[in-house]
Design a protein around this ligand. Structure first.
Ligand SMILES: Cc1ncc(COP(=O)(O)O)c(C=O)c1O
Length: 376
């Protein structure tokens, strides 16, 4: 049987990971400045994480959500403590798309409304509701076309109010810093306006922190810098350091009803053990702080390279905008210098850097040295 062929693949087969590095089957060592799409938060094969996951699978890997699983509450408590957010409840699921899909459902149940506002260049996932609020027609099948979804431009408060005024908007969903779209971030004034208008017209606001959350930007959640309180926050990627786990943080004012949401695998024992271990390591090793302070160093190093026009993002969610399309540069970095980086869908000149949160200056020194050679 062949695999359903949907991914463009690099001709590399990683078989091992350690910290900020992965190793292929020939023993070549690669610096991972992409973290497998921003997933690797605490570094590959962190020993404490390996221990926790190993011990848990030896004990009990899975049982369904029909029994008590105290690990779920332990994860919720730890997340509250490490993130600093208060008065939310946690629903556990398995991926970013599923987190957003559930976030939209909760908003719709809560408001009794059915239309969703999203923004230019947004990416919220590939399942039916969330692909409908993703700005990429190539990944929407006819089946996905019938959701009530309205796309707006960031910073356009006037149209936002006109749309909310119509009274049928269940939610406004946004990535606080866009990932796939190319690292754009609206102003605090705009985020505050979304919050204010949503309250006025009884819609919910959903912060998609699937990529920007879990410490990546130097705050636990990227929205925390903007002085807003989302009704719903979706999380995934860095949460399990590669173990598939996602979640929805739901304001306590929104009441749960039995059967309102559900999943077979979500919140299973092994996923919780991975999630708890990630939070313990983020806390113990001050990884949020580490992510925050490295950005300045990257800006300094980038200023020495004339072809870099702009450094976008925050913390370790970085976009280097060049004055030319970077597809070939990315390949050179990978095949000639053994460095993984990422690209953006909406901006062909943007090189994305999403490394593990325990990266050090020396790794950026290696990167910028290689970048200079590649550019020459
Ligand atoms: C901001 C954002 N939301 C949602 C998703 C979807 O997550 P998943 O691929 O885990 O379904 C992604 C994935 O890249 C993302 O970047």
């Amino acid at each position: 049987m062949q695999l359903f062929d949907v991914y463009p693949l690099y001709d590399i087969t990683p078989v091992k990971g350690k910290g900020a590095y992965v190793f292929d089957k020939e023993g070549n060592k690669y610096l991972d400045l992409y973290g497998g799409h921003a997933v690797i938060s605490i570094g590959h094969s962190h020993p404490a994480y390996v221990n926790s996951v190993t011990n848990q699978v030896a004990q009990l890997g899975f049982y369904s959500n029909s029994i008590k699983n105290p690990l779920q509450q332990e994860l919720a408590n730890k997340l509250e403590k490490v993130s600093g957010i208060k008065d939310y409840n946690l629903f556990l699921c398995n991926s970013g798309a599923e987190a957003n899909e559930n976030a939209l459902k909760v908003a719709s149940f809560y408001t009794g409304k059915d239309r969703v506002i999203y923004f230019d260049n947004a990416f919220h996932g590939r399942t039916s509701g969330v692909v409908a609020v993703t700005d990429n027609d190539n990944i929407k099948a006819p089946f996905n076309q019938n959701h009530k979804a309205t796309k707006l431009a960031l910073e356009d408060t006037e149209t936002l109010e006109e749309e909310l005024k119509k009274g049928d908007v269940a939610a406004v969903i946004f990535e606080v810093i866009q990932g796939v779209g190319g690292l754009d971030e609206a102003s605090s004034a705009f985020y505050k306006k979304i919050a204010e208008l949503s309250k006025q017209y009884q819609s919910a606001i959903i912060a998609d922190e699937v990529q920007s959350g879990y410490g990546r930007t130097g705050d636990f959640f990227a929205y925390q810098k903007h002085g807003i309180r989302p009704d719903i926050i979706s999380i995934a990627k860095g949460m399990g350091n590669g173990f598939p786990i996602g979640g929805v943080l739901i304001d306590k004012a929104i009441e749960a009803k039995t059967g309102m949401l559900g999943t077979t695998f979500g919140g299973n024992h092994l996923a919780c053990a991975a999630g708890i271990s990630v939070l313990e390591i983020i806390e113990k090793d001050n990884l949020v702080e580490n992510a925050g302070k490295l950005f300045k160093y990257v800006e300094e190093k980038a200023s020495e390279i004339s072809q870099i026009k702009k450094v976008k993002g925050r913390g370790l969610m970085i976009g280097l905008e060049f004055d030319f399309p970077i597809a070939q540069l990315r390949k050179d970095l990978l095949y000639k210098h053994q460095i993984f980086t990422g690209a953006a869908a909406a901006n062909k000149n943007l090189l994305r850097i999403l490394p593990p949160l325990n990266l050090q200056k020396q790794h950026f020194d290696t990167f910028f040295k290689a970048l200079k050679i590649a550019l020459d």
